[in-house]
Design a protein around this ligand. Structure first.
Ligand code: FAD
Length: 404
């Protein structure tokens, strides 16, 4: 725990795995814990185990840059993420636990006429489906972010997409809040417990083999972010996922100078200042697939060159940390949620670089799916695995904060 966040997350002491559970959730990140919480709280299903191979929230939940927004490109995406933002706003009250939700607005910069046109469309789609997004001009950008350089060498800023709902939240606190509330209702959370293989009975998974023994299950939800293909391979399920490292970095703290989140896909960079004053930089995924969370000098140099074009005075800043997570990228930059080819195995996968902001709505809708025994909620029907064979992709590539 970081020293400036005085919180105790009192979870029950570890127990032995029971021989059998109604629901086994693989993955103790924000998503797996959220599904467990909504199952227990809204559907009364508590004979549930969450299996986490490491410690809670140690995966991409701990590594993301905490951006929450709903200014996506497609109607399916905007409706889904708008509902997630709405749930995020209520989470601190729902948990009675401060997730440090901070609404600061997100500004995306347009450097070309083509981007200005695309942003107009995004603003209209957003407004239509309940988001708060509008186009703003250079003068308005200057007033919002006085320290931003509007004329980076080869790419002057022409306009911006201003998304008032853009926000951040303390990512660990989201996982802790869900964990605490799920455990309070009887969900068992087993850390250091890795799902390693499956026992199949026809088209069903009857048991999961772990490093702590085999557990039988009524049904299974897979929520393992950057490792989805590894378990899908064991089950013979094919999904169009390629796993790439995604890196981020943070500076020493400064006095507050930047309230909104600022991003530019032309400069492959987004910048934000945390409540502690540190400046966080994020960018595109590494250019080759890899299961490794090392940091590279190449990314540091290329990302910071662009960040300094946006905020020249940051050339003097000292970096404190650089890190990476593994992101499961799909061809259309949308998640895979819902049914799998197996009867009782549900998918929460393909979360690439965009899944933190979806934690509450994904948890809620996946819990509805499990509780109903396989009825896919309308909001997540467009994100089915089958969309790739039906040629019905939900293309969100143009809505990334920094192109990948
Ligand atoms: P995780 O938190 O990764 O949880 C999955 C868990 O499964 C892990 O704890 C892992 O240990 C466990 N696990 C894996 N295999 C097994 C197994 N076999 N058995 C048991 N447990 C297993 N998204 C945003 O919305 N906004 C952002 O600003 C943003 N920035 C990002 C920046 C970076 C650098 C990275 C890496 C990602 C970013 N993302 C962002 C993406 C976001 O972090 C993820 O999509 C999201 O955290 C996924 O949540 P999760 O709970 O599914 O995954």
């Amino acid at each position: 725990l970081s020293s400036d966040y005085p919180v105790e997350v009192d979870l029950p002491a570890p127990t032995e795995l029971k021989p059998s559970y109604d629901v086994v959730i693989i993955g103790g990140g924000g998503h797996g814990l959220a599904i467990a919480y909504y199952l227990a709280k809204y559907h009364g299903i508590t004979n549930v185990a969450v299996l986490e191979k490491s410690y809670l929230g140690s995966g991409n939940t701990a590594r993301n840059t905490a951006v929450i927004r709903s200014n996506y490109l497609t109607s399916e995406g905007v409706r889904f993420y708008t509902e997630s933002v709405r749930l995020f706003k209520e989470l601190s009250n729902e948990f009675d636990f401060n997730i440090m939700y901070s609404e600061r607005g997100q500004l995306t910069l347009a450097h070309t006429d083509a981007t200005v046109r695309a942003f107009r469309q995004r603003a209209e789609v957003n407004k239509h489906f309940g988001g708060r997004t509008e186009m703003i001009d250079r003068q308005q950008i200057r007033e919002l972010v006085p320290s931003l350089n509007l004329d980076p060498g080869h790419l002057p800023v022409l306009a911006g997409l201003w998304h008032i709902d853009g926000a951040t939240a303390r990512h660990d606190a989201v996982a802790w809040g869900y964990a605490k509330q799920a455990a309070k209702r009887g969900v068992e959370i087993h850390q250091l417990t890795e799902a390693q293989d499956f026992v199949l009975d026809g088209d069903r998974v009857s048991a999961i083999k772990t490093n702590r023994g085999t557990v039988r299950c009524g049904c299974v939800v897979q929520a393992i972010a950057g490792h989805s293909s590894l378990l899908l391979n064991k089950l013979g399920i094919r999904a169009p996922i390629h796993s790439y490292p995604l890196q981020a970095m943070v500076t020493q703290p400064f006095k507050p100078f930047l309230d909104p989140l600022v991003s530019s896909s032309a400069l492959h960079c987004y910048v934000q200042q945390t409540s502690r004053g540190e400046v966080v930089f994020g960018g595109g995924s590494d250019p080759y697939p890899l299961y490794n969370t090392r940091s590279t000098l190449e990314l540091k140099e290329s990302l910071l060159a662009h960040a300094i074009e946006m905020f020249p005075f940051l050339a003097q800043a000292k970096l404190m940390r650089q890190w990476a997570g593994i992101t499961d990228m799909t061809p259309d930059y949308s998640p895979i949620m819902g049914l799998s080819p197996l009867d009782n195995y549900y998918l929460d996968a393909g979360w690439g670089t965009w899944g933190f902001k979806a934690t509450p709505i994904c948890g809620k809708t996946m819990a509805e799916l499990v509780a109903s025994g396989g009825q896919v909620p309308e909001l997540i029907q467009p994100f089915a695995l089958e969309r790739f064979s039906r040629f019905e992709q939900v293309n969100e590539m143009g809505a990334t904060a920094a192109s990948h």
